[in-house]
Design a binder for this molecule. Sequence first.
Ligand code: AHR
Length: 339
Amino acid sequence: MFNNQLRWGLGLIGAIALTFTAAGCAGTPAGTGAPAESPAQTQPAGDLTTIGFVAVGPEGAWRKANEQNVQDTFTKEAGFDLKYAPAANLDQKSQIDAFTAFVDEGVDLILLSATEATGWEDSLQRAQEAEIPVILVDRGISPDDTSLYATRLAPNNVTVAKSIAEWLVANYPDGGEYITLEGPAGVGVVDERNQGFDEVISGAPQWKKVGAQTANWKVDEGKSVTETFLKSNPNIKFVFAQNDEMGLGASEAVTEAGKVVGADGVLIATIDGTKNAIQALADGKLSFVAEYNPLFGDQLLDAVKKALAGEKQEPYIEVISTTFDSPEAAKAALPDRKF
Ligand code: AHR
């Protein structure tokens, strides 16, 4: 315990000293997630703050942008030794093993993007006993025992999904049949997105859900699942795709079924706001895109410093996101998109 506190103290003094140095040169440009400029002198390797990043790994464009942003933020120049541990094939056991190894190694802090919402109690309790703070990145846990982690940073899945339902009901009041393409079962954000969408659509009975199925965040599965639903429900008017890749697959299925994407055919809304989706919206291949901003490295850096300093934080820190509701909005946004 004492060793941990002493280690923390030395690492913390080093990190704070470096931060002030970096801030003196050029702080982290707000909202970009870009790392602070290299300080005049970097910290000796031995004094770097070690962070274990229990990550999801290859999953799609959103994940690639988010995990790269984290790695671009916690650099050695910024005073950190970030140990990146992506899951093996999205397998939770590989994440728990990496988490355990980081606790045993005595890292200063753990970042966790959970492939599954459940099954984290023992790991989080072990980290707490070792006095290693844990910050949840993007993905939540269930049950959500906020005493087991310092804070969670993510865009608000409930709000993001509500924005889609509010757009649909406000612009297409006549309603019709719809389907939902969900992320993988057991992933926390899937339930949060269903909750947000259902909170609004339940007040619009003219929109009738005729099906929901996971398409595992993938383009090909988004296409095949939509094809199947279109065969059994040829009058579908709307697809709620819980991420861009599944929505892009649905768009292919709609077109290949001889229908148009839009009010005269099938409306398609997606979540993430990656470049491919914004381009598809600009091209009329999607109808609405709700951004789920993956670039929050600057907010995460602030939360990490506070956690290392033992400062109490809110259990959830919201990452601000926006929405795109037309080809014109998409075309205007494309030049500045960063992911
Ligand atoms: O947890 C965020 C989700 O995970 C994104 O919406 C999806 O694209 C990613 O795979």
